[in-house]
Design a protein around this ligand. Structure first.
Ligand code: G4P
Length: 565
């Protein structure tokens, strides 16, 4: 039986007395926490809907889209999503399937939100990568994939839209291996493509799954299975397609590569599934394959260097996302916490490491789009939304064991900047409050240009769409109009804290500024300016992220930071 621990009592005896809770162990073992990543339009939303359809979480596909629209009519912010036809907010979905409890963390597809996506990826144990089979690897896929690889999470690939003209499947596999630098193992193989698409050949069970189009793709696709030489299969395919498929399957089998589950878990080989999300085809094979070969929640590194396993008796987790005003009726804030170890219980007390305060974790919810449900308990791999606190920031650790501190989530260096002003003096307080709260969500960063006669606030973001959203949200959520003015800088670099910067010579167009913590930064218009500065000052180190906890700046390794272009 689980014995709640007195907060802070992490003595050996106390830990031992609690031991590993068998309930936590059983719940952890059936958890799978993953995200779907894709280039916009490859089919991420559609696949999400179909996963819900197959798990029985919804009866009719279309619910995610429907919810998107519904949200759009009830939330001002979502209205912007609708206007721009993009998906901005991430949603956490939890559903049961085959005895597994699946947490699906949705990620925004737009490239200006790659930082948000990156943070979501810090909270998952696996990723499903959706590729449009007519297009192959696209820029966003590549970036997101690199982030997954850095974390070493298993990646499952879904070659979508096989009902449309697709590229040669061998070429697609080759591209996966070449461009992504990872082994690709086709678990199934397409029987034709486009109007000739008739299903997939499952190489492991040696069965063909034949495809029937369903009206609007709303229901589970009926599937008939048979061997490749079965007349049912042969008659379905045109003679040309049948022959090609037989040759390709023979060639793949002859190549002799065995499916290696350990290489999949280590993120070295991606199992590849072909299908059509819109037509519900290949979705179940993907979902089953994913559950068979992905792993339960993994340990996380604590700052002390110790890996904290899910079985650690103390509850611990970290905040990977903060979102204000998700519900326009309540104007509150949700901090999304990924549970790493132990059991989360409603109203429990935990240490908020950054402030050193012990907090009662009241108001924990599971968020399903706009719908919220109170959470009584949660286990490693789960995500709980803690509502109503403005105490939390991205990367914060919540724990019963003060020895556990999770690493900060690195920020992306912004690539575009804009000056923001409040044109309405009477709205000053609302403007400041709104901006402060939006900054806490971490999608924008604030800088100040200190040497001007008046104080100028500069915003930095990964993409310009974020400025538009800040303006829109300030107005709609805080009733604070703002003026945004673009500026030419595209790069920011941090000095070491002990570098003297007064009187320093700068290349033309470059400027000194201060970040939110008062650290001196240098803004460049382009790479050329940065290079020029480095040549001029070879002894001054610059970092593409601020120094943390008194350390020196991170080495300037543009291109190696997560997601840097
Ligand atoms: P995203 O979240 O990755 O951005 O993609 P999303 O699922 O929204 O899909 C993008 C478009 O591709 C949608 O069409 C969707 O219906 C279509 N699609 C997804 N999977 C398949 C598939 O297997 N086959 C075909 N033929 N199309 C597919 P849309 O016209 O942009 O939107 P909608 O009006 O259908 O919602």
């Amino acid at each position: 039986m689980y014995t709640p621990m007195k907060l802070g009592d992490t003595s050996e005896e106390s830990m031992e007395a609690r031991g590993a809770d068998p309930r936590v162990a059983a719940e952890t073992a059936r958890r799978r926490t993953f995200a779907i990543v894709s280039h916009p339009d490859a089919g991420k939303t559609t696949l999400t809907e179909k996963f819900l359809l197959y798990s029985g979480a919804v009866n009719l596909a279309g619910s995610v889209t429907a919810r998107k629209n519904q949200r759009a009519t009830t939330s001002d912010w979502m209205e912007l999503e609708k206007q721009r036809g993009i998906s901005i907010s991430s949603t956490v979905l939890q559903f049961e399937y085959r005895g597994f409890c699946i947490n699906l963390l949705d990620t925004p597809g737009h490239k200006d939100f790659s930082e948000d996506t990156y943070r979501v990826l810090t909270a998952v144990d696996a990723a499903v990568m959706v590729v449009d089979a007519g297009k192959g690897i696209e820029s966003q896929t590549l970036k997101l994939f690199q982030v997954c690889r850095q974390r070493g999470v298993p990646i499952f690939t879904f070659m979508n839209k096989m009902d449309r003209p697709a590229r040669d499947p061998l070429e697609l596999l080759d591209e996966l291996e070449r461009v992504l630098g990872i082994g690709a193992y086709p678990v199934n193989w397409p029987l034709g493509a486009g109007i000739d698409f008739r299903g997939v050949w499952d190489r492991r069970s040696k069965m063909a799954h034949l495809f029937e189009r369903t009206p609007g793709g709303q229901y589970r696709a009926p599937v008939a299975t048979a061997g490749l030489s079965d007349p049912v299969v042969r008659d379905r395919l045109s003679p040309g397609v049948y022959q090609t498929v037989c040759e390709e399957v023979e060639m793949l089998d002859g190549a002799g590569a065995e499916f290696d589950p350990d290489a999949v878990l280590a993120g070295k080989v991606t199992p590849v599934y072909f299908g059509s999300a819109l037509n519900n085809f290949g979705v179940q094979l993907l979902l089953d394959g994913f559950l068979d070969h992905s792993g339960p929640p993994t340990p996380r590194q604590s700052r002390s260097g110790k890996a904290i396993a899910p079985s650690h008796p103390a509850f611990s987790g970290f905040v990977f996302k903060v979102q204000a005003n998700m519900d326009p009726l309540h104007r509150d804030r949700v901090a999304f916490v990924r549970v790493v170890s132990g059991r989360f219980e409603r109203d429990m007390r935990a240490l908020h490491v950054r402030t050193g305060k012990t907090l009662r974790l009241a108001g924990a919810t599971r968020v399903f789009g706009r719908d919220r449900e109170t959470v009584d308990e949660a286990y490693p791999g789960d995500v709980v939304g803690i509502v109503g606190k403005d105490t939390f920031a991205i990367g914060d650790t919540l724990t019963e064991d003060p020895e556990i501190v999770y690493d900060e989530i690195p920020r992306f260096a912004p690539e575009c900047f804009a000056i923001i002003e409040n044109p309405t003096p009477s709205a000053f307080k609302r403007f400041r409050k709104g901006l402060d709260q939006l900054l806490q969500e971490g999608v924008i960063q604030r800088y100040e240009l200190p040497d001007l006669a008046r104080k100028v606030t500069l915003l930095g973001a990964v993409g310009p769409l974020q400025f538009e959203i800040v303006k829109f949200r300030l107005e709609s959520e805080y009733d604070a109009p703002s003026r945004i003015q673009a500026v030419p800088w595209t790069l920011v670099r941090w000095f070491d804290p002990d570098t003297r910067t007064d009187g320093i010579s700068l290349p033309s167009g470059a400027r000194l500024a201060e970040d939110d913590q008062g650290r001196t930064v240098i803004l460049f218009e382009n790479d050329w300016g940065l290079r020029f500065f480095k040549e001029d000052h070879p002894d001054i180190p610059l970092g593409d992220r601020p120094a943390s906890r008194g350390n020196k700046t991170h080495a300037d390794v543009a291109g190696q930071s997560p997601g840097l272009t």
